[in-house]
Design a protein around this ligand. Sequence first.
Ligand code: PRP
Ligand code: MN
Ligand code: MG
Length: 175
Amino acid sequence: MKYKIENLIDKESVEKRIKELAREIERDYAGEEIYCVGLLKGSVIFLSDLVKELNLPVIIDFMSVSSYGSETVSSGDVKILKDTDLDLRGKNVLIVEDIIDTGLTLEYVIKYFKEGKGVKNLRTCTLLNKPDRRKVDVKVDYIGFNVPDKFVIGYGLDYDQKYRNLPYIAVVIPE
Ligand code: PRP
Ligand code: MN
Ligand code: MG
């Protein structure tokens, strides 16, 4: 497919918004220990930047669940590729995502963390949110930006595994 890339949210705006989210999170957790669990691979860039801004005792863990493969649309078929390493029972857990699209990935992980892992206090944080595409009603506590229903890349988000390293958010436009 021939395509072009158009900027959507510049680097400075993303960085500024991450700082604002960090302040909100600090306020809500008020000095408590927080387990930030990133969903691989999309969340890694956002999670890295977010935790550096958090003036709280932070513990990092990762989980890998995939539903997209190389497709550009969600299959809704969620698989655990790698579970968390740490015991999250009774902990404050913040799930960190790059984007919430249909909500199917997050819905699955929330259910698994609450019912399977006994997480005490579970919240969710995403850099991007695409409300137009939602299929299930999931609670997202911290949202960086709402984005239109376009194929977004950068800051962890990929197009066929590429462009995760872009330091800004862009849109893929077929030509
Ligand atoms: C993408 C994205 C979210 C999920 C959102 O991950 O990073 O995790 O899809 O979609 P949903 O709300 O419709 O479930 P993907 O499966 O592409 O894996 P990746 O993070 O490794 O890119
Ligand atoms: Mn992902
Ligand atoms: Mg992906």
